[in-house]
Design a protein around this ligand. Structure first.
Ligand code: TXA
Ligand code: MG
Length: 333
């Protein structure tokens, strides 16, 4: 049985010991809950792929305390250091060349010559990394292809007994997976959109940073290949009205949303009408997105109609997750 334990110094000690024994622990970060294993231990890392049903070609993020620990595994040039100083700890993952003497398991890199590193800000995640004394490899704590978990109960629902221990510490404040910045090429490129935006990074390095986040056949980051974040019922973006039987995921006022054939959104039962942010706040919408998608992903509902989200700032990351959810079965994975 997986055990769900509230975060406390004793829970952290036990979780750290579990990681050091080569077993799996789910833990909170500010973005989403992670499914952690000792990144130095190939057998432990292999258990992550098994528990998630994750294809072995899709590499994992290794979580560290800070820039100094990251530099033990990845090659950090001046730009990498400048960016780490500006955004760590926080929701930013850096793709770096692996050091020749990198002690992380090759499995975390899926055999690639690069490694993904992130220093999370969440205090429970940091305590766990510190007490374990090793970098912690952790993808989102869900079965491959499902919506990432932003509460401990989501983890339990998705992974069940495949995880040894779940350290519970409330809902995640950011709610979307970290921004992934590829620093292995000539110029930095965002390969996964998140709450830290291209503008945020450009402001630090003094030049524009492009997004390269669309699913394609030969992606820079294997995760781009996959159908991700998919609910079981169909999801439709930029909805301006509802089809009969559809649930509404609103953004801002839904006063003028009508139902085709008659009726208005206001007539829907509460459980079929959720609002990402009544005040048009994109950060609030990001924090609510996965929880609300899960809540509306019920057999009783024919589909989820999502109102338009402005394509700016964090809205780019929200629209990326919605596009993948809407594409559903059209993408491999
Ligand atoms: O917010 C997050 O990033 C969460 C928390 C737990 O930290 N983690 C997370 O991990 O979302 P995961 O495994 O679901 O997503 C990691 C992404 C994948 O798209 C993967 O393909 C990419 O990072 N990635 C990891 N290592 C890579 C590498 N060496 N080269 C290219 N892409 C890499
Ligand atoms: Mg994931």
């Amino acid at each position: 049985m997986s055990r769900l334990i509230a975060a406390s110094p004793a829970a952290i000690l036990e979780a750290a010991a579990t990681i050091r024994e080569g077993r799996l622990v789910a833990f909170p970060t500010e973005t989403v809950y992670g499914l952690g294993a000792n990144a130095l231990d190939g057998k432990a890392v292999a258990k992550i792929f098994e528990a998630k049903g994750r294809p072995a070609f899709n590499p994992l993020i290794s979580h560290v305390l800070d820039e100094a620990q990251a530099a033990e595994f990845g090659v950090m040039n001046d730009m990498a250091r400048e960016i780490a100083e500006a955004f760590w700890p926080g929701p930013l993952t850096l793709l770096l060349p692996r050091r020749d003497d990198c002690k992380a398991s090759d499995l975390v890199s899926a055999g690639l010559p690069t490694i993904a590193l992130r220093a999370p800000a969440h205090k429970t995640a940091r305590a766990l990394i510190e007490v374990a004394g090793v970098p912690i490899a952790a993808p989102s704590a869900n079965k491959s292809g499902e919506i990432s978990p932003t509460t401990p109960l989501h983890v339990k629902e998705s992974l069940g007994d495949a995880v040894d221990m779940i350290v519970a510490d409330g809902p995640c404040t950011v709610g979307l997976e970290s921004t992934v910045l590829d620093l292995t090429g000539d110029a930095p490129v965002i390969v996964r959109a998140g709450s830290i935006t291209a503008e945020d990074i450009a402001a630090v390095i003094g030049k524009p940073v492009p997004y390269d986040i669309d699913a394609k056949e030969a992606p820079r980051s294997p995760g781009q290949l996959l159908k991700h974040y998919a609910p079981h019922v169909p999801l439709r973006m930029n909805a301006i009205d509802l089809l009969p039987g559809e649930a509404l995921l609103a953004f801002g006022s839904d006063k003028f949303m009508g139902i085709k054939g008659g009726g208005s959104a206001a007539s829907l039962p509460d459980e079929m009408r959720l609002n990402l942010s009544e005040g048009y706040d994109l950060h609030e919408a990001a924090a609510n997105l996965f929880r609300m998608m899960r809540a509306l992903d019920k057999p009783g509902c024919k589909g989820i109609a999502v109102m338009a989200i402005p394509h700016e700032g964090v809205g780019i990351a929200i629209n990326d997750r919605l596009r993948r959810a809407a594409a559903g079965a059209n993408l491999p994975g």
